[in-house]
Ligand binder design. Structure first.
Ligand code: AP5
Ligand code: MG
Length: 192
């Protein structure tokens, strides 16, 4: 199995690259944001999820971890996963490690897309013209970036200690980034 995390701020290009990698390597693209958006019409959780997403805050771990684990279980016999927007805090990262340990697998690499907040906001504002996402607005964005800075970036230290982080320049074109990822993965496969 090959299990990757595409790491980065809101608008850094996680979803864009995750789709490309998943296709190229036959991996399952697992976006926690998408999973949660799919559940918006769920009678039991929908309202709750919307409240957090619309505020740009992280949805409680008790909901997210369970939903993601259910999705992993559906594709556990496949070639691996590309996680996009998950894990988002230390609790989720540890839960994922534990879950994978029980399956005798693990996260192989964390691809960290670096992009300034200014450029990320610019990209999200362009997307907001056509996206149906209720969180693509300036007010919500402040909270999304704040959650990223305070709750998500500490994960880099966690994965650096495991020597899994590779930094990528998110300012490059979509194609250039994707080419770099291909090279990194080719090298990784050769040496592991
Ligand atoms: P989520 O759906 O994960 O959103 P996000 O992290 O805010 O990130 P985005 O999806 O906005 O950006 P992206 O990095 O995927 O960039 P994209 O490829 O689209 O989370 C949304 C909410 O759900 C959270 O706020 C939270 O409430 C909840 N949530 C989700 N996961 C959670 C979790 N694990 N725990 C708790 N709560 C959770 O690119 C952006 C734009 O730029 C696109 O238009 C794209 O076409 C363009 N673009 C991409 N790459 C390039 C490039 N290289 N050059 C130029 N343009 C580019
Ligand atoms: Mg996304």
């Amino acid at each position: 199995m090959l299990n990757l995390i595409i790491f980065g701020s809101p608008g850094a290009g996680k979803g864009t690259q995750a789709v490309l990698i998943a296709k190229k390597y036959n991996l399952t693209h697992l976006s926690s944001g998408e999973i949660l958006r799919r559940e918006l019409n769920n009678i039991e959780f929908g309202k709750k999820i919307r409240k957090y997403q619309d505020a740009g805050k992280l949805v409680p771990d008790s909901l997210v971890i369970k939903m993601v684990e259910e999705e992993i279980n559906k594709k556990i016999s496949g070639d691996g996963f590309v996680f996009d927007g998950y894990p988002r805090n230390l609790k989720q990262a540890k839960a994922l490690d534990k879950f994978f340990q029980d399956q005798e697998t693990s996260i192989n690499l964390v691809l960290n897309l670096g992009l300034s907040e200014r450029e990320a906001v610019r990209r999200i504002m362009i997307r907001s013209k056509t996206s149906e996402r209720s969180d693509d607005n300036l007010k919500t964005m402040e909270n999304r970036f704040s959650a990223y800075r305070t709750q998500t970036t500490p994960l880099l230290k966690y994965y650096r200690q495991q020597k899994k982080v590779i930094n990528l320049d998110g300012r490059l074109t979509i194609t250039a980034i994707s080419q770099q990822i291909k090279k990194i993965l080719a090298l990784y496969k050769k040496t592991n």
